[in-house]
Design a protein around this ligand. Structure first.
Ligand code: NAD
Length: 349
């Protein structure tokens, strides 16, 4: 439906905006403003068709509502996608026009980086709207949220390893990393420092070679990484990687990664649970980046305060596992969903 995803609450507002002069085609999806203005990044991507872009925007915006609620942020959920023009285009002009589209929502939606966009793009967006974050500032923390996202995923893996795999530390724990991009690379650094053994895959062979050299990582093909013989799987590339084809092949006992919307369907979460695989929901573990850009936007705290707040994600992982244990047959994905939805209300200040 144009009004939302099957079996899910509808989005409050969806804006389709285009600008002929720059070739901009963008979809801004505001899922919920119950907790505050909708906050979520802007994805710049080549989509098969407009419907695929709309579905992506709707799914990502809804995920942001759940993510921001579980992270106790005073923000609702939203997301923007820009459909990458097929031919040549002027990037600065495109993001200038995107800034105008964001401004037209008068603060109902606040944007930041996501896959395909950079801090430089956000600076351009800022020329036309104050409703943007993730921009480096002189003398104050801010900018690229990826290291914070990676830290949140790292502390989640640590918590999951302790609580589910019953191992005291990450020393010798085998972790498969799918995607060595902005988040994946930082995550690889944290895991390597903690003594984990890395198995990696990326479509970019240069990144794989660097990980082999820097971390002594074992490289496998992009079609082998999800079924690698490891303890932990960390999807840090694309969405919907846990699906009917891949779930039966997963050998890891714990999954925690940065990629948004890892489960193709909630039933794939059920299937993982039935196989004894602990899936830590993406929007719980990858909230470090939004915590960072939200603090930057509110001009609150410093680097250390942000890191302390991101580290609290580990406590939420522990709470989720307790909630799952106390539920009757609940899976982490379903229990986290219900928990997050119960928080889709304006927080008391
Ligand atoms: P990125 O584009 O920097 O990195 C993605 C990496 O995955 C790239 O190195 C790419 O080559 C690789 N890749 C693409 N297809 C692949 C495949 N089939 N197999 C293996 N590798 C493949 O993106 P990022 O910022 O690191 O984000 C990664 C994921 O985490 C995305 O899903 C993003 O939405 C999510 N996420 C990112 C942040 C953040 O702070 N950047 C925050 C929350 C969620």
């Amino acid at each position: 439906s144009l009004f939302g995803l099957p079996d899910q609450p509808a989005h409050e507002r969806v804006l389709l905006a285009s600008d002929e002069a720059t070739g901009l085609k963008t979809i801004l999806a505001v899922h919920s403003t119950a907790r505050g203005p909708a906050f979520g990044g802007c994805r710049f991507w080549t989509y098969g068709d407009d419907q695929a872009a709309l579905t992506d925007a709707l799914r990502l915006a809804q995920g942001m509502s759940l993510k921001n609620a579980l992270a106790d942020l005073p923000f609702g959920g939203g997301k923007a996608v820009i459909l990458k023009p097929a031919g040549d285009f002027d990037r600065a002009a495109l993001f200038t026009a995107f800034g105008r589209a964001v401004q037209s929502l008068n603060g109902a939606y606040i944007t930041a980086e996501d896959v395909g966009t950079t801090t430089a793009d956000m600076r351009v967006v800022q020329q036309n709207t104050p409703f943007v974050s993730g921009i480096p500032r002189d003398g104050a923390f801010g900018g690229d949220p990826s290291p914070k996202t990676a830290w949140g995923v790292f502390v989640s893996i640590e918590a999951g390893v302790k609580l589910h795999l019953k191992r005291e530390s990450l020393a010798g724990v085998r972790v498969a990393l799918q995607g060595l991009g902005a988040v994946g690379w930082h995550l690889a650094e944290f895991l390597h420092m903690a003594g984990a053994k890395l198995v990696v895959a990326d479509v970019d062979a240069a990144k794989v070679a660097r990980a082999q050299e820097k971390f002594g990582a074992v490289a496998v093909g992009i079609h082998e990484i999800l079924s690698a013989d490891v303890d932990v799987l960390a999807p840090c590339a694309l969405g919907a990687v846990l699906n009917a084809q891949t779930v039966p092949q997963v050998r890891a006992r714990l999954i925690a990664g940065a990629a948004n919307n890892q489960l193709a369907t909630v039933q794939d979460g059920d299937a993982l649970h039935a196989r004894g695989v602990m899936y830590l929901p993406d929007y719980l573990v990858n909230a470090g980046g939004i915590i960072s850009v939200a603090r930057e936007y509110r001009n609150e705290g410093e680097e250390t305060a942000v890191m302390v707040e991101v580290t609290k994600i580990a406590e939420r992982v522990a709470e989720l596992l307790e909630r799952v244990a106390l539920s009757t047959g609940g899976t982490p994905a379903r229990v986290a969903d219900a928990w997050a939805r119960s928080k889709l209300v304006r927080p008391a200040v």
